[in-house]
Ligand binder design. Structure first.
Ligand code: GLY
Length: 325
């Protein structure tokens, strides 16, 4: 698998420079004109994005909406207790509470979000209900839980035995120094383009492990963790939320695409901006994925190690994003 990822990395980098001229190719001589990707397309952050994409692409291939594809896709990851950074089994905050953040957005500007939600394992589905059933966009904390219960969601303990053990290990030192990478922080963000040319995105996480109680990152924030505009494209983030919020990261990626940058160039531009705003980025990881309205896609991260999953036509593949270092 590692070997496969390295090969993809090389070709993805090549794709960036060629993309500027309009036609790009990726992956071991297999020609895929990125500018003319057949609908539908789905792209997700990290290795667990493969599982999300499988469910999402199936929905898209059956003429389902991009909104259903991203929601049902990320729910697979929220429900997986072995993913300790999303939903059930997520690492708790420093006081032992699992608190979840999520948002969802359609290309027409409709969106919904929940933050600091406890005891409900599918925050993305609650965020969708906020979008569809309330006049609001964001509901947090006990209000979000109350709303979820009213909508019929079940209350349950999200702290699994495995995550509790890791928490107890951490408590022995209790040193909080967020080091963000695949081992301890991997938000799932998913973007999809459906057969009707509509875009949607979803972003869901348990946030940084051992965070301060009440801390909220970028993932539930429209414009930071996720931004979608049918006129241009969609973008989503993973990594240290504070750095993404500081730059309105995902909205900036979409705006860079609006001004003509390719998806990968746009992700890179915002990573550069993040780099310029931080004195020391040695422990800082941020990654973006982007999907343009014509199906062109791209990703970029500050540090190496950021993977993203792509599903289109009959294929599912995992790529290593090009990184700054
Ligand atoms: N990117 C997710 C977080 O920082 O919480």
């Amino acid at each position: 698998m590692l070997q496969k990822r390295r090969t993809f990395l090389k070709t993805t980098s090549l794709g960036l420079s060629v993309l500027a001229t309009g036609t790009a190719y990726r992956c071991q001589g297999k020609s895929t004109p990125i500018a003319n990707v057949t609908h539908p397309v789905i792209i997700s952050t990290w290795d667990h994005g493969m599982a999300a994409n499988k469910v999402g692409l199936n929905i898209l291939k059956n003429k389902g909406s991009a909104l259903d594809a991203v929601e049902k896709g990320v729910i697979v990851v929220e429900n997986d207790p072995t993913v300790q950074t999303v939903g059930l089994g997520g690492f708790p905050d420093r006081e032992g509470n699992v608190t979840l953040d999520a948002c969802i957005m359609k290309g027409d500007g409709q969106c919904g979000s929940v933050a600091f939600l406890q005891d409900i394992k599918n925050p993305i589905a609650v965020a969708r209900k906020v979008m569809e059933k309330t006049p609001h966009i964001m509901i947090v904390g006990s209000g979000a839980k109350q709303f979820a219960l009213e909508m019929g969601f079940k209350e349950e303990n999200l702290l699994t035995e495995a995550s509790r053990k890791k928490y107890e290990e951490w408590l022995k030192t209790g040193v909080y120094k967020p080091k963000i990478n695949i081992e301890n922080h991997d938000t799932i963000s998913t973007l999809a383009l459906d057969a009707n040319g509509h875009l949607a995105g979803a972003c869901t996480t348990s946030g940084a492990a051992w965070k301060m109680h009440g801390r909220v990152g970028d993932s539930p924030l429209i414009a930071a963790g996720l931004f979608v505009d049918d006129e241009v494209g969609a973008a989503a983030a993973t990594g240290l939320g504070e750095a993404v919020i500081r730059t309105a990261g995902s909205a900036m990626v979409v705006e860079a695409m609006r001004h003509g940058q390719s998806p990968e160039e746009a992700c890179r531009s915002v990573c550069l901006r993040i780099k310029d705003k931080h004195k020391d980025i040695s422990d800082l990881q941020v990654g973006f994925i982007a999907l343009r309205k014509d199906g062109a896609y791209g990703a970029y991260s500050l540090q190496p190690g950021f993977t993203y999953a792509l599903g289109q036509n009959e294929t599912h593949e995992l790529y290593q994003a090009t990184s700054m270092f």
